[in-house]
Design a protein around this ligand. Structure first.
Ligand code: CUA
Length: 319
């Protein structure tokens, strides 16, 4: 994306520069040419339609180029590719906590493979922070109470700065980290060390501990909706609306179950606000997600299988 953003930015500078030059030249020229002279009376000039059309239509064209170009770059930068590797980010005063879908946890450091689409699903534990990697030209606010998303594809191995770009308290300037982009082989070696198992498996554990499975059964008999194959699909609600079951939907349904009642169900689920940490929420979201990526039985085998190097090459949460 960096090249696209830069090209647009350079174009804006060139257009602004040319216009500035044009205006200042005209100001100086007209000031000299039409200066006050003794005994000469100013002529009244009437409007000119061709001239006015020219200076309306040409700028309109230039602005439309900027608008369309900007929109294309914006939507590309805002839309993570479908098969991105997923990283859950929790910001807090004053650090970045990052967790890979495969289970690796990091603080203020993120290891990613080169040439792979990486999607960050981010939330904050306290105030608003902003996830900023200047070299990748991405900056996204990280907000408490919901998920925001950013993505990148690093093209060169190396270490890049990560900053917090939203004033978040006394040590805001110290809320920095680094993105370590590694060649695939080196990344796989890094991934094979120090994992507590996939994030979805931790989620499954939390799911069991909180007794979610007593209502959310994997058949149609539960008091809550069956979560198998739910993620990413449209959900019909009791009030007639249809929403897509994305990360924010799952999150909201855990913290504020009454907000969106699925058609055919009663609002009987208690809130888990204050009972689950951001990390546990992320794990639960990853677990619900994993129920859509595998056969119903697959999720439990994930807990037993250590993350294979296979999982690295095929993307996240492969079972
Ligand atoms: Cu976090 Cu500034």
């Amino acid at each position: 994306m960096a090249g696209n953003v830069d090209a647009l930015y350079i174009f804006l500078i060139i257009v602004s520069g040319l216009m500035t030059l044009l205006i200042f030249t005209a100001v100086v020229y007209f000031a000299a040419r039409y200066r006050h002279r003794r005994g000469v009376l100013a002529e009244q000039i009437e409007g000119s339609t061709p001239l006015e059309l020219t200076w309306s239509i040409i700028p309109l064209g230039v602005f439309m180029v900027i608008f369309i170009w900007g929109a294309v770059v914006y939507f590309k930068e805002r839309t993570p590719p479908r098969d991105s590797t997923e990283i859950y980010v929790v910001a807090k005063q004053w650090m970045w906590k990052l967790e890979h879908a495969e289970g690796q946890r990091e603080i203020n450091e993120l290891h990613v493979p080169v040439d792979r689409d990486v999607k960050m699903i981010m939330t904050s534990q306290d105030v608003i922070h902003s996830f900023y990697i200047p070299a990748f030209r991405i900056k996204q606010d990280v907000v408490p109470g919901r998920y925001t998303v950013a993505w990148f594809r690093a093209t060169k191995p190396g270490t890049y700065h990560l900053f917090c770009a939203e004033y978040c308290g006394t040590q805001h300037s110290g809320m920095i980290g680094s993105i370590v982009v590694m060649p695939p082989a080196q990344y796989e070696a890094w991934m094979s060390g120090g994992s507590t198992g996939p994030l979805s498996a931790s989620g499954e554990k939390v799911f069991a501990e909180l007794g979610c499975a007593t209502c959310h059964r994997s058949d149609a008999q539960g008091r809550g909706p069956n979560l198998q194959g739910l993620f990413g699909t449209p959900v019909k609600l009791e009030d007639g609306r249809t929403v897509v079951a994305d990360e924010n939907y799952v999150r909201e349904s855990i913290l504020d179950p009454g907000a969106k009642i699925v058609a055919g169900f009663k609002p009987v689920m208690p809130t888990f606000q204050g009972l689950v940490s951001e990390e546990q929420l992320n794990a639960l979201v990853a677990y619900v997600k994993s129920l859509s990526k595998s056969a119903p039985a697959g999720a439990s085998s994930a807990a037993a299988t250590p993350p294979s190097t296979n999982a690295v090459t095929q993307g996240s949460q492969v079972q």
